[in-house]
Ligand binder design. Structure first.
Ligand code: HEM
Length: 143
């Protein structure tokens, strides 16, 4: 699995003063687009970015590790919903795993091909089979 930033390009930012990035002079007032997809898929920054290795994020501080991971952007125009989003995403994922057993619909691995857009959709929608876990059925039948 590649590393997929939910938003592959940050919103446009403007340089408030002249600066140098990777040897390039950026004049003051330049409109800048940060390509998060390129950063997250750069093998010089992330070893084997195409591999599913969630442990690579353990102990990593978003925005504080050389800006190599900034899914919510950075600075004054960074995402104000970051706190809400990180809580809701974790809670939702944990809830669907706790309540259901998940399976692929066949032998084939899930097709992770990327689609195009301002956010990063899957080219093919996920199809999966889910069954309520017995513990959850028992629990909910008591309510
Ligand atoms: C997983 C969920 C989310 C992701 C990955 C995400 C990501 C981002 C990114 C990358 C930016 C651009 C930051 C920049 O250019 O530096 C942004 C901006 C923004 N996000 Fe989010 N976001 C998420 C959820 C939310 C939520 C839940 C809210 C509101 C409740 C929200 C509200 C905003 C707003 C208002 C901006 C514009 C900020 C500005 O222009 O000053 N986002 N988000």
């Amino acid at each position: 699995m590649r590393m997929y930033p939910a938003g592959p390009l940050l919103l446009p930012h403007e340089s408030s003063q002249e600066c140098f990035v990777g040897g390039y002079r950026i004049p003051r007032g330049t409109m800048l687009l940060v390509n998060l997809w390129a950063i997250q898929n750069d093998p010089k920054i992330w070893g084997e970015p195409e591999k599913f290795r969630p442990e690579r994020f353990q102990g990593l501080e978003v925005n504080r590790d050389g800006f190599k991971l900034m899914p919510f952007g950075s600075g004054r125009r960074g995402c104000p919903g970051e706190g809400l989003a990180t809580r809701v995403v974790g809670l939702t994922l944990a809830s669907v795993i706790q309540a259901f057993e998940w399976e692929r619909i066949g032998e084939a691995m899930v097709d992770m091909t990327e689609g195009t857009g301002l956010t990063m959709p899957k080219a093919k929608a996920l199809q999966a089979r889910c069954l309520p876990r017995q513990a959850m059925v028992d629990l909910l039948s008591k309510i």
